[in-house]
Design a protein around this ligand. Sequence first.
Ligand code: CA
Length: 245
Amino acid sequence: MNKPLILFVEDDNAVGNLIATTLETQNYQFHRAKNGSQAVMDALSCRPDVMLLDLGLPDIDGIDIIKKIRSWSNMPIIVVSARSDDRDKVAALDAGADDYLTKPFSVDELLARLRVALRRVRYDSQRTGEEAAIYKNGGLLINYAAGCAYLDGQELHLTPMEYKLLCLLAKHTGKVLTHNYIIGEVWGTHSENFSSELPSLRVFMATLRKKLEPDPGHPRYIQTHIGVGYRMLQNRQEDELPPQA
Ligand code: CA
């Protein structure tokens, strides 16, 4: 990928200028939209690699924009919002956003989220059909056909529930999955009574991480988003060569 193109949607001038300056100094190409209808049109015409989306826009609610874009595009959407309430983050993620930033955010935070999103774009574009049967992420390998997972060449002894959770997180690498979504997928429970399954989800995630993370205090694979959910992080492949000098 050459210079990635970022579409950012922000009606606030001060925040918009900060984002523009940051992207400019980091050598990203970008396009700015100031309202929701412009954002949807630009997403169609510019074909950006990543979208940064403010949830509070003058015309269309950010959640509706995510739903519209998700009907035809899989590009990473990072929500930028002044709403610090977890319910808003969860609603945006459940509508199809990949990640969120809460205002005020630092430039470093913004750039870190963009790197995660772009890694996902690269990973998706490099994956071939054959590789789709085998999942590789750093030292983690999942052989879907055999139903086995390995860490650094050693087979992981997972319970069926741990394996199911691992596969679900792997399938959505780079994206924050909400508790609600995970429980719906793994237990098939409807969202109204998902809170009754939340304690068991926490237990299964804890046992999975104990087996998966070399250092559970500094997770390399599964990131916790308190009050929101979990995310599988994309790690550099063990067999990936460093760029040549
Ligand atoms: Ca706004």
